[in-house]
Design a protein around this ligand. Sequence first.
Ligand SMILES: C[S@@+](CC[C@H](N)C(=O)[O-])C[C@H]1O[C@@H](n2cnc3c(N)ncnc32)[C@H](O)[C@@H]1O
Length: 219
Amino acid sequence: MTLAERREALSLSFRRQRVAVVLPLITAAFQRTGKCRIIDLGGRAQYWDLFDRAFLEANKVHITTVNLEVPEGTADPMFTEIQGDTLNLPQFPDLAFDLAHSNSVIEHVGDWGQMERFAAEARRLAPSYFVQTPYFWFPIEPHFTAPFFHWLPEGIRAGLLMRRAHGWAPKSADVGEAMRQVQSARLLDKAQMRYLFPDGRLVEEKVLGFTKSLMVVKP
Ligand SMILES: C[S@@+](CC[C@H](N)C(=O)[O-])C[C@H]1O[C@@H](n2cnc3c(N)ncnc32)[C@H](O)[C@@H]1O
């Protein structure tokens, strides 16, 4: 198995563990309303292959994905795919969904002000939410898969990216590309997640006793 394949397998195993946290939220929404309308912020239809299809159907799940990327174009009636910005979804009224879901997105939306807008939209759109993000104080940065990388000053990180590829990031051609890579992911700590989602419960995903990622869950 190559390093990239091992990284992909590990990431998949963590995603599967997260599914266990989401399932009760879906069941609760179904018990409340007889269906479960999910908005997946920064989501992709393919991600939901992690879930048991029979479970999703039994709980009358419908998923609206919103992503800046061009949609996959699935013909599956369980999905509505929207190309858009999760920071600004005026087309949906308050509580238009039963569950707001987001996996590994908030760290990509931009600076603190944009994270606040992301959190406000997630909390506005549904009475229940699940938002996951990698933890700042876990020593290995998941995007660049390098120990302590994200704790270095931005200029040093950019310099390292211009020298060679790191994790998912290819070697940068120049400092502009390197800075875009560096600023494409900003990891959060527990106090920041608690501030952004004050009515949620913080759940820590652990590996070898260390907190690897943070989930905020509002049932
Ligand atoms: C690491 S991927 C995670 C994708 C998916 N949630 C998953 O777990 O497979 C981050 C995604 O967030 C999307 N994204 C980042 N900022 C966004 C924004 N402001 N609005 C919508 N999507 C955004 C990106 O396009 C990208 O697909």
